[in-house]
Design a protein around this ligand. Structure first.
Ligand SMILES: NC(=O)c1ccc[n+]([C@@H]2O[C@H](COP(=O)([O-])OP(=O)(O)OC[C@H]3O[C@@H](n4cnc5c(N)ncnc54)[C@H](OP(=O)(O)O)[C@@H]3O)[C@@H](O)[C@H]2O)c1
Length: 322
């Protein structure tokens, strides 16, 4: 099978490379890892040409325009990468009977709901990044509606607060914790931190069977986040404590992190106050795939956000990457 992974230099793209290597999938399949240098996703012809050349059976789109605030200025670029590019990938998948794994975000919601969002809830993004990602979701769905009998399948995995090998909130907090004795962090935005390696591993479990071949699954939207919920303030406090526990020498203690409302920290792009997502669709699928069959993977799926964050922080501290 040919597998094409877009976004090889991003947090999720790097995590996919690690999971493929760990599972020795390169010995079974031809895997093409593509970054900006190999294919600029704002160039539609470059995407089409690459798809024709590599003829993937499985496309993993881990690339995205993720500069949330900058997107307010670079509207065309955000839409080209987040909306037009995934639609081109979907059109290829429908025509060739391929499987498309794509990633989206809690930012497709406005965050006004007081309970977790379901896959079926209406999209109502606030800023350009969210709007471009929502357009990407719709573009994929529309491409598949063009041919209801296609053998192709797609999964759009909505996730939130991703951290991995790259820049992210946890790393920023740990850097600031070395420099400052006090910090203010937003305490009234709710979400779930998601480890990029966890997400890559769950994604592959969803699309590949025990023989590492494509499995069939219901096409559609899936919320993919660990169990639990937190706020930016609670996450910052947890990460700082985990770093101290791992032996980091910091100027900041968790009790020196002040809780502030989002209104006290204005940013160019609006963010949803509630990013909590119910993961009923993926729970049902994972239940079917794993429960009783693979206890380790089922436990991994049931994991709460705290343990992987603590492991991540410990790894950063031990390898002096924070
Ligand atoms: N990060 C989060 O907190 C978060 C939250 C919710 C959902 N998500 C979604 O999760 C997925 C993975 O996110 P991530 O955290 O791995 O993102 P990331 O670390 O920012 O990586 C995104 C990758 O996309 C590439 N890219 C951007 N513009 C491109 C272009 N014009 N042509 C080719 N490649 C381009 C970037 O290339 P360069 O390395 O060259 O810049 C980068 O490697 C995305 O779909 C994102 O929307 C992320």
């Amino acid at each position: 099978m040919n597998i094409l992974v877009f976004g090889k230099d991003g947090q999720l793209g790097k995590a996919f490379q690690c999971v493929f290597t760990d599972q020795k999938l390169g010995e079974l399949h031809r895997i093409h890892y593509v970054g900006r240098a190999q294919c600029d996703l704002s160039n539609a012809d470059a995407i089409t040409n690459l798809l024709q050349e590599t003829k993937p059976n499985l496309i993993i789109n881990a690339a995205a325009y993720t500069a949330v605030d900058q997107a307010e200025q670079e509207i065309d670029l955000a839409y080209a990468v987040n909306a037009i590019a995934p639609a081109i990938m979907a059109q290829y998948a429908v025509k060739e009977g391929a499987t498309l794994l794509h990633y989206s975000t809690d930012y497709v919601f406005d965050g006004t709901k007081t309970t977790p969002y379901h896959e079926s809830d209406a999209r109502n993004p606030l800023g350009i990044y969210g709007k471009s990602k929502a357009a990407g979701e719709a573009g994929i769905e529309d491409a598949f509606k063009q041919d209801p009998h296609t053998k192709a399948q797609f999964a759009i995995l909505r996730t939130s607060w991703v951290y991995g090998d790259g820049g992210n909130f946890i790393r920023t907090i740990l850097r600031l914790a070395k420099e400052r004795e006090s910090l203010k962090v937003i305490a009234n935005q709710y979400g779930v931190p998601t480890s990029a390696p966890w997400l890559a591993s769950i994604s592959l479990a969803m699309v590949l069977d025990e023989n590492h071949q494509l499995r069939s699954f219901p096409s559609g939207l899936y919320h993919a986040i660990p169990q639990g919920e937190t706020t930016w303030h609670a996450l910052a406090s947890f990460a700082v404590q985990a770093a101290i526990d791992a032996g980091a020498v910091l100027k900041l203690r968790p009790d020196q992190i002040a809780a502030i409302p989002a209104s006290e920290y204005p940013l160019p792009a609006p963010r949803p106050m509630n990013s909590r997502m119910a993961r009923s669709a993926l729970d049902a699928l994972m239940n079917q795939i794993y429960k009783g069959a693979d206890v380790t993977k089922w436990q991994q799926w049931q994991q709460s956000w705290q343990e992987p964050v603590a492991d991540y922080v410990q790894d950063l501290v031990l390898h002096k990457r924070s």
